[in-house]
Write a protein that binds this ligand. Sequence first.
Ligand code: ADP
Ligand code: NI
Length: 216
Amino acid sequence: MSEKEILSKTEAYVRNKLEGEGSGHDWWHIHRVRNTALKLGKEEKADLFVIELTALLHDIADHKFHDGDEKIGPATARKWLSNLNTDESVIDHVCEIIRDVSFKGAEVETPMKTKEGQIVQDADRLDAIGAIGVARAFAYGGHKDRELHNPNIKPKSHDSFDSYKKSAGPTLNHFYEKLFLLKDRMNTASGRKLAEERHTFMQEFVERFLEEWGGK
Ligand code: ADP
Ligand code: NI
């Protein structure tokens, strides 16, 4: 099967699976990550086929919605790509990125082995910050029945993926536990630049949120 056919079949598969999802991991998240990743990929002269395929499949079976199972994402992607007779080397590369891409806690490093992985990680993280990041965080919190904010519950700095996965604090804590940290973890120069602006917006949002909370 040609690369073009693999991409269009994969797009239809992912769209069908994630369309209408309500936690911020819906088809349009995938669409935005794909566009950002391709933009970064062109600037960084990376393998655009691997990038596009990985962006499409990166949330096909997220551990957050499968009892913390970290293997289900790469396994689902591998099964799908094998059925399309994709090159083994491409399948291995895509699945390795999907395995490594997620944030795993403030004190846990998440290095990416290849340029393509670094780019998909940057694109995924850019969609977690800025105005869209704010919207996605509260959508996720609502989906998981979390409070918006609770001043009695302080943010934590997670030192293992397990403790990060188990955390169920109010959504505002997620800004301190993850979202504010992403800017300094960008892999590419172009990703870092985009992250700066989105980060500043998010800081202003939280500042204002807390002012209003305090009755200002
Ligand atoms: P990652 O694989 O790095 O976790 P995803 O593409 O799965 O990235 O999306 C993560 C997004 O899900 C976060 O940026 C946020 O919008 C939302 N999210 C995850 N955990 C929480 C949480 N505890 N509170 C609020 N939002 C969350
Ligand atoms: Ni994602």
